[in-house]
Design a protein around this ligand. Structure first.
Ligand SMILES: [Zn+2]
Ligand SMILES: [Zn+2]
Length: 308
């Protein structure tokens, strides 16, 4: 079968590979791409575990054995580490990662699979993975009514939509007018600059934006850091507001199995409109170019259909 294989930084080859072997084989119908995939192509990623490597972690398709439509979750928590035992499977110490959605077929443990409701397209279903991370991030925040979201990429837009659904007043900050328009279409307000808020989500993953998120915190605010910065980077923390204004600063990473199911339900009910976040559908041969394309204008996810 054909698969996209990373051989080194910026070296992606579509090639014939062995048929996957594993508990369940799924024929991929849609695999969506995100910023992590861009990073994986451009400079590698610890999660790849060396080259050659397969990638693609937002994957939906059809089980070869039963014909059932499924989302292939990108991880299975161990269930035994202290984080899992404490009910925090998102930070499981030894998860099994399930990568390789950019291929005709993928093998996955049964525990990674989620069945899909009728009527939810494969491309929409694949987006349940990033949406689940947003469901998780919202749960890491507070019930504050006044919320700022820094960054109007697909994660920022998903976060904003989830918060709007909860009846909160959400301001999305992004310098791209097209993304501000997308945020407003989802029921948020938007601005090129952030004011100060009771609850702030950082959804960019750059050191200077993490610092801007802290600077926009009102006294007593909570700041949830959702975007992953390049590994090894550090931020400067302002000691005054952290202490005298009692700021809460929290990371948000990944999701739990239950949050993936919540995300699937939100997409199936059209509470989150995945069509507004879907970009062009491309085949495996066009994936590298699509991932290298500069991300400007509207925030939209590349959808890969390996049958194209
Ligand atoms: Zn992703
Ligand atoms: Zn665990």
């Amino acid at each position: 079968m054909r698969a996209a294989v990373l051989h080194g930084p910026d070296d992606l080859r579509v090639q014939e590979v062995e048929e996957p072997v594993g508990d369940v084989v799924v024929e991929v119908r849609a695999a969506t791409a995100c910023g992590t995939d861009r990073k994986m192509l451009a400079r590698g990623h610890p999660m790849l575990g060396g080259y050659p490597a397969r990638f693609g972690h937002e994957t939906a398709g059809v089980r070869v054995d039963t014909g059932e439509r499924v989302l292939v979750g990108d991880s299975v928590a161990c269930g035994a580490c202290f984080a899992c035992v404490a009910g925090r499977a998102a930070i499981c110490r030894s998860p099994t990662w399930v990568l390789g959605g950019f291929a005709e077929r993928i093998a996955a443990p049964e525990a990674a699979l989620h069945s899909l409701p009728d009527g939810l397209d494969f491309a929409g279903a694949a987006m349940a993975e990033p949406l689940a991370a947003c469901v998780h991030a919202v749960a890491r925040g507070t019930a504050a009514g006044d919320v700022g979201v820094l960054g109007g990429g697909t994660i920022g837009l998903m976060l904003a939509r989830l918060l709007v659904l909860e009846g909160r007043d959400v301001l999305v900050c992004d310098r791209h007018a097209e993304r501000r328009a997308q945020a407003e279409a989802g029921g948020a307000r938007s601005s090129p600059s952030l004011g100060s808020h009771e609850l702030i989500f950082e959804a960019v993953g750059r050191v200077e934006v993490w610092e801007a998120a802290l600077a926009a915190a009102r006294p007593g605010a909570t700041v949830v850091l959702v975007g992953g910065c390049p590994s090894g980077t550090t931020v400067e923390l302002p000691t005054g507001p952290l202490h005298y204004d009692e700021l809460d600063v929290r990371g948000a990473f990944h999701h739990t199995r239950e949050e993936v199911d919540q995300a699937i339900a939100l997409l199936a009910a059209s509470d989150v409109d995945w069509h507004a976040l879907a970009g062009p559908t491309v085949g495996l041969d066009e994936l590298a170019a699509a991932l290298r394309a500069p991300s400007a204008g509207e925030a939209r996810k590349v959808v890969v259909d390996p049958r194209q």
